[in-house]
Structure formats: C-alpha cells, structure tokens
Design a protein around this ligand. Structure first.
Ligand code: KG4
Ligand code: ZN
Length: 345
C-alpha cells in the first residue's frame, strides 16, 4: 500500500523549514531563512527561537498549499529532534507534537545529520547501499560508510572545527558577511589559488583504522597569519592589502579545503571498494568542492551523488525523505520525544 503524505518540519538552527513527501516523491519544500542574524556575525540562539516561533505556522501552511495536500490527508508528522540549538529544536518539536496529537497520527523523529545523509534520496538517481558519505556542514565534518537500515560506520572526522565553520571563520577574517561559505565561494571564482600556499587540513594516520581525519583549525590559523603578516611584508596598509588580495586568499583556502575533502573520498573508495559516493551538508553547495569531486569521480571511475544546491543547505525535504524510510521500516516515536541538542549520527 502507498504511504500517506508525510509533513516534515526542520528548525534545528536558523532556517525554518517544512516539506511534504507524497506518493514517493517530494511534493513541496519551503525554507524561510531568518535574516535576523546577519548583523551579528553568527546565529543568536534567542533570536533564532523567536523567529522560528513567528515563521513556523506560515511555513507549514505554505508547504501544504504548495503540495496541494490538505492537513487532513497527512499521515505522519516528521521532525528534527537534534542536533541543534535547544530553543530552536523545541519550536519545531512542539509544533510537530501538536499536529500529531491533534490529527491522531504518528510522529517520526529525525536526526538532522541523518537527514543530510539522506538528502541524496530527494531526487533521482539514488546511491545504492552501502555508499560512502561525506557530511560537511556548519557543525560537522564526517566521513561515513552508510549501510541499509540507518547504520553509519565512521571512517573519519574533523578533530576540531567543522569545514563550514572554517569557511565562516575565514570569511570573517576577510571581512565578509555571515554565513561565510557563499561569500568565499563567490570571491574564489575570481581569485588565483596559487598565490598563497596554505596547509592541507587533512591528517592521514596510517596506523589508525580511520581513512581520513581533518583539522580545519590549522588551515584557518594559517589564513589568520597570512592576513596579519603579509601586508607589512608587502609594505601595504592592511585594508589596502586585503582589498587587493581577498579573492586570492579565498581561492587558496577553498582549494586547500576541497582538495583535502576530495582526497579523503578517493582514498576511502580505494580502501573500501565502494563506488557510490555522496557529499552532503551546507558545504556541498560549494562550487570548488563540487568541481573537484566531479573531476576525481570522472578520473577514478566512481559515482558521485550530490543533492541539488537547495537540498545541500538546511531544508525539510531531507527530513521528509528520511522519515519516509523510517516509517517504511516501522520506526515511529511517541509524544515523549525530546530535543537532543548534541545528538550524534
Ligand atoms: O548544513 P548547513 O546549512 O547547516 C548545518 O547543519 O550546519 O550548513 C551551513 C554551513 C555554513 O557554515 C555555511 O557557510 C556553509 O554551510 N555553506 C557553504 C556554502 N553554502 C553554505 N560553504 C561553502 N560554500 C558554499 N557555497
Ligand atoms: Zn544542516
């Protein structure tokens, strides 16, 4: 029998999102981005939960309208229950519980990180299980082998900053806005990556089982020293130097990050023999990373899966499709489901 429509809600950070999955496909996906954080250089938790509170009902209504699915026809409510900001998670969770209780239908809690992993199932073609998955977001950098039944085997991770966090911090060093990833991406397109030598954020430890660990903090620090020391060496005022070199530094940083991430994937393919590879999470929207991954997959003969750009960054479509898998496997939750800010994959 066909699964009834699933309404999914995502509010773990600063995007209020809702989506409808119906008849085995995405029927709608709405993201209301909160503009309240732009002047703060980062997400302000208290402002985020208040904005979720204001945006969540209109966002859910729009998602249902765009899907052409009346609330009465929804068969289950899916919601992100972690990881994320506690106050933000609670808004989505409370809304989802209210709907599930009122409609008398199942509640399906989804791990936000699992949502990113399953974002490659929103559109065709899908990867086959098991597949390698690189999750690169604002809070996580994780390389896993994904087996059927929500089994995630860790092959590598960052030891300090997440990849997205590094993009955001480097953007700040370059005087760019938040979130920094898209700014660096745009600037790097006109920069020359060879003008600056930056260290690789990759740690290869041949003794451990781990295929690849990363340290993005070292790369960020190298950018910090470059920006601090180079102006004097060039006999220029810091502002003028930055103006002249900003694009090249952005390009060098993006190149170092992309090469390390793709290099780890190539090694993981060689070591595991698994040919289906996914790159997910906000940083997978990066054009330098996308190009480097496409080139490696073409040259080395593995198959690359990346979500459409709008499903790389936070969205509820990925929560909806993950819930469809869970529901099909009989996994639902009761109304005691709580927010888990530090939930792991
Ligand atoms: O997955 P996501 O939307 O939220 C989290 O779960 O963290 O990821 C957000 C991160 C931010 O650090 C942002 O700067 C980064 O993804 N990001 C990008 C790009 N678009 C978003 N990083 C590099 N290039 C981009 N085009
Ligand atoms: Zn995310």
């Amino acid at each position: 029998p066909e699964q009834p429509p699933i309404l999914a809600i995502e509010s773990s950070c600063d995007d209020t999102a809702a989506a409808v999955w119906a008849g085995g496909r995405l029927a709608s996906s709405v993201v209301a981005s909160q503009r309240v954080h732009e002047g703060w250089g980062g997400v302000v938790p208290e402002l985020a939960s208040r904005a979720h509170q204001r945006l969540i009902v209109p966002t859910v209504k729009t998602a249902l309208e765009e899907a052409g699915v009346p609330l009465a026809e929804v068969g289950a409510i899916a919601v992100t229950y972690g990881p994320g900001l506690a106050g933000s998670l609670l808004v989505g969770l409370s809304t989802a519980k209210g709907l599930a209780l009122g409609l008398g239908i199942p509640l399906i809690g989804v791990n936000h990180l699992e949502g990113h992993v399953y974002s490659v199932f929103v559109d065709e073609p899908h990867p086959a299980f098991p597949f390698l998955c690189l999750t690169v977001s604002g809070g996580h950098t994780l390389l896993t082998l994904v087996r059927e039944g929500f089994v995630h085997e860790e092959l590598g991770r960052t030891r300090d900053d997440a990849a997205g966090e590094a993009f955001d911090k480097v953007a700040r060093l370059l005087g760019l806005g938040y979130p920094g990833g898209p700014h660096i991406d745009r600037l790097a397109a006109s920069g020359d990556a060879t003008q600056f030598a930056l260290p690789s954020p990759r740690i290869t430890n041949h003794k451990s089982r781990s295929v690849a660990d990363f340290s993005f903090s070292g790369l960020k620090t190298a950018v910090r020293y470059t920006v601090a020391d180079a102006p004097e060496a060039a006999g220029m005022a810091p502002d003028a130097w930055l103006e002249a070199n900003r694009a090249d530094v952005a390009a060098a940083f993006q190149h170092a990050a992309s090469e390390a991430l793709v290099g780890a994937l190539s090694d993981a393919v060689r070591q595991t023999g698994v040919q289906d590879v996914a790159i997910v999470g906000g940083v997978s929207a990066n054009s330098g990373l996308r190009a480097a991954a496409q080139e490696a997959s073409g040259a080395e003969g593995w198959t690359l899966h990346m979500p459409a750009m709008r499903f790389s960054v936070d969205n509820a479509a990925m929560i909806a499709v993950t819930a469809a898998f869970k529901w099909a496997a009989g996994e639902t939750d009761d109304l005691s489901l709580g927010a888990e800010p530090s939930l792991k994959l």
